[in-house]
Design a protein around this ligand. Structure first.
Ligand code: ATP
Ligand code: MG
Length: 120
């Protein structure tokens, strides 16, 4: 199992959600975050110019998936979140040690498999 963590442009969220839905990804978490992706602003002050690390509004998406779903999830994110301009974001794929579905106490593979696959 993996946790796919993506930081994307807020304006790409709807496209990304649609792409993930098409890829049959069902469980995810979204948060609004602020991030820095290398871009800097030059700020003038009385002693000269300093550089300020700019923060921009981003959306963080976390998707816990079984191994089979890793590539479809990454592909959906790559295709739907790209504009081609700097600042499109990042995708991190992290190992996941353990997953529980609280309602049923199912674990791991069973716990990340979308319930929709069995009971709609
Ligand atoms: N190494 C990183 N660790 C954690 N978050 C990051 C990292 N790099 C980028 N991010 C997050 O992703 C957001 C977008 O980053 P950004 O798209 O600028 O990445 P980049 O690697 O600089 O790519 P680009 O060259 O397209 O700008 C950042 O605002 C930040 O929230
Ligand atoms: Mg950048």
């Amino acid at each position: 199992m993996k946790m796919v963590v993506a930081v994307i442009r807020p304006e790409k969220l709807n496209d990304v959600l649609e792409a993930l839905f098409r890829a049959e990804v069902r469980g995810l978490t979204i948060s609004r975050v602020q991030g820095h992706g290398g871009e800097t602003e030059h700020v003038e002050n009385y002693r000269g110019t300093t550089v300020k690390m700019a923060l921009s509004e981003k959306v963080r998406i976390e998707v816990g998936v079984s191994n089979h779903f890793v590539q479809p999830t990454v592909d959906a994110l790559l295709n739907a979140a790209r504009t081609g301009e700097v600042g499109d974001g990042k995708i991190f794929v992290l190992p996941v040690e353990k997953v529980y579905r609280i309602r049923t106490s199912e674990q791991d593979q069973d716990a990340v498999t979308p319930v929709a696959a069995v009971a709609r």
